[in-house]
Design a protein around this ligand. Sequence first.
Ligand code: XMP
Length: 516
Amino acid sequence: VVLVVDFGAQYAQLIARRVREARVYSEIVPSTMPVAEMLAKNPKAIILSGGPSSVYAEGAPRLDREIFEAGVPVFGMCYGFQLMATTLGGTVDNTGAREYGRTPLHVSKSGSTLFEGTPAEQSVWMSHGDACSAAPEGFTVTASTDVVPVAAFENDEKRLYGVQHHPEVMHSTHGQQVLEHFLYRGAGIEPTWTTGNVIEEQVAAIREQVGTKRAICGLSGGVDSAVAAALVQKAIGSQLTCVYVDHGLMRKDETEQVEKDFVAATGVSLKVVDAQERFLTALAGVSDPEEKRKIIGREFIRVFEQAQAEIVAEAPGDHPVEFLVQGTLYPDVVESGGGTGTANIKSHHNVGGLPEDLEFKLIEPLRKLFKDEVRMVGQELGLPEEIVQRQPFPGPGLGIRIVGEVTKERLDLLREADAIAREELTAAGLDREIWQCPVVLLADVRSVGVQGDGRTYGHPIVLRPVSSEDAMTADWTRMPYDVLAKISTRITNEVADVNRVVLDVTSKPPGTIEWE
Ligand code: XMP
């Protein structure tokens, strides 16, 4: 494993993905983890991420010097680079000369491990205030910028490397190459990790964990739960029963689609539970997003427990149903504040939303994977395109796309609007280009309109089309105006009580993809 030490910005996840794209397995650890604990994981290399702080800021995260003395190759980026410089005796000045955005980098030395085969002038992404003016002893300076004399340094003997820029960002034109040079040449790692390895490893681990017992898997209609279910089915076959909870927060025709597509593709045994009343009752009067998420997470589990009892009652002589399979992904874990020092941004229903008295043991075979990797696993498991390439849909469903209290009437209204948007996006051939397009009902906001010669006092619908690689960051999609116009006209014409359609033009950050 390659460890990516997270200094508290969003960069660490991107770095971890880029390392995996280089076919090397990576994991994120918080910078507060003691170095001894990091080393106990036997990392083949360690990458120090960027971070929001200045190395001079009070309370700025530090690292024990030991990390550079253990013989493990280390690559520092941005904040990680400056930390490496100061820890090893180099000089970092608080010059006030900021560099932000695309910056020309001058590679000053041929024969560099990191920059081998890349142009002497290249464009990189910078984001820093302090600047390194002298490399630590034993290091060779291999790049500079107009502002920063030391923008990269290397020590082949100790296998320590650092760059001031962000190689993980696409705007650094040779960033992936620089990262791969570190991994392959600097650290001598072979690029052997594939999603195929994941399947083999997980199948073996799940068999061992479950033994002869039984498991149930919640299917949501989304990619993640489908792939998790298929993976577990590969491991334990008929010991798995899939449970589809119809919580009434689904999109139009979703239930029928799960019943048809997924069962046809996998032949798994499926139990459909109608729990609409239950969820609506639990959500009545609640408009706080975190509270909604927690309620939905809890009710899911209660329904699973009930399903478990029924499955046991149907075949009482069989082994106990002890396990619950969930399609939790790495970003869910990271964004819910689990495992790293990252702030809790929102409680994804299947991580932070789980009740404390959970009786199931969890199986989460995708817990270390990013979305695109999950899709690859799904493909390899033979799931059809319609499932694997589906746009992401959150477990709490339309419940977190109604800003305000969730009611049956509002859900029906939003379902209609969402179905229209999806239909038009598909008709316009935009499904692949758009990562996902949440359709949000501003139930607590009312707007005045004029329709059919009369005044209306209805609600706005928000379209939130985003483009993204992994949902960690996203940009709003520049969609053709005529498609937007068509969606707007149809929604206001066809959906009662909606007299306005607005477009969300916020990237992530600062906005999250979902409104709640
Ligand atoms: P945000 O809103 O955090 O969303 O930018 C990132 C991605 O995660 C999806 N999402 C969820 N998925 N359970 C899920 O399974 C959840 O509780 C949840 N909340 C957000 C969201 O649709 C987007 O793809």
